[in-house]
Design a protein around this ligand. Sequence first.
Ligand code: GLN
Length: 486
Amino acid sequence: MLAFDTIADAIQAIRSKTISSTQLVRYALAQIDKLDPAIKAFNSVYPDQSLARAKEVDAGRITGPLAGVPIALKDNICTTFGTTTCSSKILANFRSPYAATVAKKLEAAGAIILGKTNLDEFARGSSTENSAFGPTRNPWDTARVPGGSSGGSAAALAAGMCCASIGSDTGGSIRQPASLCGLVGLKPTYGRVSRYGLVAYASSLDQIGPLAWTVADAATLLNVIAGHDPNDSTSVPHPRPDYLAHLHQPIKGLRLGIAKEYQLASGIDPQVKTAVAAAIKTYQALGAQLVDVSLPHTEYGIAAYYIIAPCEASSNLARYDGVHFGHRTKEPVRDIIELFSKSRAEGFGEEVQRRIMIGTYALSSGYYDAYYLRALKVRTLIRRDFDNAFTHCHAILCPTSPVPAFAVGEKSADPLQMYLVDVFTVTANIAAIPGISLPCGFTAAPKPLPIGLQLLGPAFTEQKLLRIAQMYESATPWHNHRPPLA
Ligand code: GLN
């Protein structure tokens, strides 16, 4: 009964004393012991601390909306316990002197953070193959990737090692792994959740958000982590609505936008097309009206993202030089410059180095206008596309990922192929709007793989977006599917 518990199940079972938090945590730890050697979802696990907290919950000394619920945190979110490695050699031994606001809020709500999950190094990637500690595997088929960069958070949940998890999304890193692992993943509006203590990738695009089995669980987590934080000047002071309050109330007169540019996008797997078309029919049967919308600058989304994100990344990564932060070379060096370059060459993996070179090049004098400035102009155009589209509809519906989980190694030699997987996700970060991925079907046997549906909404309409998502979930069985684990 414990396997694959949702947050709602876990809370109910703990409150009614059907099980104790200690039992639940023990179960999760046993599941990690059994399955994680093959899946590699976790970079670190904290059994003693987790069991000690569970005991406190069972004794009534820790309370809150998540009291006793075992969760997992992406390893680029700072905690004062253990390490925060970003799955990079350069931070392999990094212990943060402070905790991320999100980590503090989760603990204050009574959650039990079992451990920190694997990711593409510094969150750069779409498959979790770029981790310095080895790739995470997809629990639905361990020959395949779980998506990325929050692949560890997605795989830990999909393999029943926790009841929910937290990821970060700069260009799709919550939604795409959720899609590839059969989960719900929500990227909130930029500024809705504090980024304080999230190791920065691209500061103007990063958001933290939940991965969960159900829309209600995602809403429960968003209730806990959202809100203004004086430590993050980009977090907005808007009051946080109760995302659970009207969740089961369908939106009357729902209008869903279908973007012609998304339908014309090349490289969409036929089974993804079929599943998303069926989801559109489901919404129609629920009374939704479809409206054609146009997002004419979609085709420049990937190009703009893969300039803006590396530019910000190259600047954010400058601090890892072996002096301020991070691994320091043991090789003999002549001067400080050589110390920097040797430390960085030893500490950063190939994809991170590629991003630093792209970003530094695009920002260098003579190229700044041609690349970075132009990408920022495209950013404005993409934002306007969405503004216009949302005057006609409540949300836009499209696939989350053009393809289901791909094989480990299939795209890792070809960065461009990897970048193209992000075609439906990056524009939400560029436009700073919220997006949610929901399971909407499976590929054919013998090894069925999850397919994800994405809903994008105007800024700060998470409440509505979750209700729209809930309408679909209530009408379909996909969120009840679990991988067949050995
Ligand atoms: N795949 C994208 C990238 O590599 C997005 C990653 C993310 O959202 N962190 O940049």
